[in-house]
Design a protein around this ligand. Sequence first.
Ligand code: BES
Ligand code: ZN
Length: 414
Amino acid sequence: MRFTHHLAVATLLLGSLPALAAETTWITVGDTAWRLLAERATDARVLSTRDVAVNVPRERGPNAALVRSSERVHAVQLDADWLPQLSNEVHEQLHRCGGFVRHDSLAEALAVLHRLQGTATPALAPSYSIDDQTEVNAALPLLQDSRILSTIQTLSDFQNRLYNSSHGVAASDWLAAEWKKLATGKPWMRVSQVRHADWPQKSVKLRIVGSGNAAQTVVLGAHLDSIAGNANANVRAPGADDDASGVAALTEIIRVLADRNYRPRRSIEFIAYAAEEVGLRGSQQIATQYQRQAKAVVGVLQLDMTAFQGDLTDLWIYTDFTNAAQNQFVADLAAAYLPQLSVAYDRCGYACSDHASWTGRGFAASFPFESGFNTYNRAIHTDRDTTTTFGNQALHALKFTQLGLAYAVELGSD
Ligand code: BES
Ligand code: ZN
């Protein structure tokens, strides 16, 4: 979907050979997308294949029952220059997005494939008790949609937030400064920027150091980067919904928890990932590093696209590349704290956002989303992904912000 309005250009490019300076890379890719790729990329080689168990809705729609199914996924080695064309082909022929995840090494691609197959039994099985009504009910009414909208607006006002452009770097610096302001005078809240070796945009992290069980960490994430059109350094890519709306939700949760001087027992980390739009690269590096350090991540919540209400359902919980037990907890949180909201289930059908990086590394991740997959915001990845597309309001985004706050407090308190 990255090249929706460039289909003509894409068609011209198809069949052309990648540039001479070949850069070998590794991806994990679903079988359907692989078949498309194999027709063109003659150098692409399948290194390993697994059948991955997934929970899928029996049909699309609000009341679909979940059934167990299986999906064939391959680890493939190929020239990096094929990847943009793969995105185009998947979009054009399968009428959906992406379809692959890029990895930094062969070992990493194989490790992710292996873990995907492992039905993701996370190392840590937290208790999903809901017992912090006092804190959650005091904090929820303080969340303001007007503040969420204003953060979305500021982030979309950068020319773009590309992972490799000066604008993308500036957006990261702005967010770090903003989070530092919120953390001022709260020594238990620490802001840092995470460097990535291969591109200039840094991920931004705010850690609330736990008061009792600080080694265990709850992660709430969104992606900071945006993309559109030809992805050149000065392209207009506002990314208001995708994913300023997720970063703004995190920012508003941080503001309210700071205001209340809230200190969880576990640690809570808010992460705005760099380089999601180019193969989940920022979150892959962070999740890989946490796994190597044997960091006890008890749960991960991804907020990617929260502002555009595509259908009548309020909260959609995506069931693929996520953890079923934690998804149940997320649905229970909605029922307990946001009983007026409707909940339904759907799936992307591929590793569509940063939650998949964590799932692939053996951590429990969930992905509550703004719409069913059939009705997602078609303006994303274009210069039309602005606040106008969702009526200059953040009432839909507010629901995900409320859910995120309940998640942070209820999982953070244990
Ligand atoms: N926010 C999207 C994912 C998304 C789009 C989810 C539509 C549900 C409906 C994300 O930023 C994205 O664009 N992901 C890529 C894949 C990624 C591996 C580069 C995509 O979907 O093409
Ligand atoms: Zn996107």
